[in-house]
Ligand binder design. Structure first.
Ligand code: 5RP
Length: 290
């Protein structure tokens, strides 16, 4: 039985201090649940409002692509610098120490590789996402392919149902059909379709007119880095995206295929969180990579 003989009356009710009615710091997410906001707060830096996610999920589509031959050697040493780790359950379990407490955005769809038809995917079990202590779940939403568009949208929508049930945010990974222009119109459309279906985060590609993509997407947008660029150009990409209103990056190849991945991570963080100009980020990269 707990002690009951020293129950003291409360005295500090802060009567001069009204309870806070402040909103949440990420756009479009004020009306979501506590658990979902708490998980998002692990991913997005509260000061800058942005995130630098490290993407290393490529292998589920491409196998051991350059820079991802050994996740334990190539990615695990970068983990502490990332704000969030985006990977598949297999690579996380086998190659990232469970003692790493960085939030995980779990790649939650699977089913095809680059050798066949892309985007004919299914979802993995939500039990796995909970088991992997996921702070977010990611799945592809691809517009413009007659055969697969409806599959990816149905998957995505079901994943949001699951995410809402357990308070796990869902990130939409946008794609457009292979014959479609990779421009603001189509990435803007894919991004908006993600948001309409309940995405908490949208990942898309930087394009000309990106400010319109971000404006029309009511939840945070992060950019993929795309194919490997010279470091200065990759930092310009990050900078331009942030200037257009992006909330960060979910970057893979431009980090892990860099000559100096750790220096590149730090330079990207300088641009995304600390407002460094691309040239300043590049100076940081050069200094750190010596
Ligand atoms: C592909 C993905 C990748 O994670 C994404 O493309 C990010 O990596 P990169 O910066 O190398 O483009 O989700 O489905």
């Amino acid at each position: 039985m707990a002690d009951t003989d020293d129950i003291r009356d409360g005295k500090s009710f802060g009567l001069d201090t009204p309870a806070s009615t402040e909103g949440f710091y990420l756009k479009g997410l004020n009306n979501t649940d506590w658990g979902l906001k708490n998980r998002l707060s692990r991913i997005f830096n509260k000061k800058s409002g942005n995130t630098v996610m490290l993407a290393f999920d490529h292998g589920f589509l491409m196998g051991p692509t350059s820079g991802l031959e050994r996740i334990d050697l190539n990615i695990a040493p970068l983990a502490e610098e990332a704000d969030c780790l985006m990977g598949t359950r297999g690579m996380l379990r086998s190659s990232i120490p469970a003692t790493c407490t960085k939030p995980v955005c779990l790649r939650t769809d699977t089913g095809t590789t680059i050798l066949t038809e892309m985007n004919n995917n299914v979802l993995i079990s939500e039990i796995e996402a909970i088991n992997m202590n996921a702070s977010a779940m990611a799945a592809m939403l691809s517009v413009g392919e007659k055969e697969t568009e409806h599959i990816t949208i149905a998957n995505f929508s079901r994943l949001v149902d699951i995410g809402m049930k357990y308070g796990i945010p869902v990130m939409g990974v946008t794609a457009v059909g292979k014959d479609m222009a990779r421009d603001a119109r189509y990435f803007g459309m894919a991004s908006r379709v993600c948001a309409e279906n309940g995405a908490s985060i949208v990942k898309t590609y930087y394009t000309e007119g990106f400010e319109k993509v971000v404006a029309a997407c009511p939840v945070p947008v992060v950019i993929a880095g795309g194919k490997k660029l010279p470091e200065l150009e990759a930092l310009e990409l990050c900078y331009n995206a942030i200037q257009c209103g992006a909330s960060g990056v979910d970057m893979g190849r431009n980090v892990f295929q860099s000559e100096a991945p750790l220096a590149m991570m730090k330079a990207v963080k300088g641009v995304v969180h600390d407002g460094l100009k691309p040239a300043e980020g590049f100076d940081l990269f050069e200094t750190l990579s010596k």
